[in-house]
Unconditional design. Sequence first.
Length: 234
Amino acid sequence: MAKLRLEITKGEEIRYISHLDYASAMERAIIRAKLPAAYSEGFNPHMKIAFASALAVGVTSQAEYMDLDFKEEVDLVEGVKRLAAKLPPGIRVKSAKYMPASIPALMAIVNLATYDVIVPLSGTEDYTAAQESVRRFNETQEVLYMRHTPKGRKEIEIKQYMDKPIQIFHEGKDIKLVIHIKITPTGSIKPGEVLAALASMFDLAVKKDSALIDRTGLYVATDKSCLTPIEIYG
């Protein structure tokens, strides 16, 4: 048995597929590449594959992480080459590494996500006013946001999940927000929800429905380091 950890992308071509469809695309590529994937036992065996953190529909990513169990170890370069040849547009392998069999699950260790949010300014809004909205958000100690789900409404305190102040940059008619979000055992916040709070509570005049959200990194962060899930083991 061998455990392979992959850093992969979710590009523009597949921005609007669900996490389940994304995982299925990876499984099909692994099968087509004829890699010796391990399966669970029982009446409904499934491929032993696990992701770090599910992406919302419409969000792209530069750095998704996936663990895949093999029945036997294959040459790393050859295995990645075979897999890459079978991946659909929008998914590419950035790095791969065999990991110790006893490592904790990705979902148990990843605790920080970073995002770039590109969003057009409204016609009457200027960059200086946008900067002021972001400044007020950053300096506010508590921001309560009402999350709407099929199960009902739930009030979320956003700032408990903010790892750093939001950074803002001017990009023509757009602004770019750089957002660092904590992933905790009790929950997290979505970058789209942060943007919605900025617009509704801090007068950020943007066309939020036209926002492009890209996850730029997932990390295992401590007081002393901030490493990717591949970097933490050598």
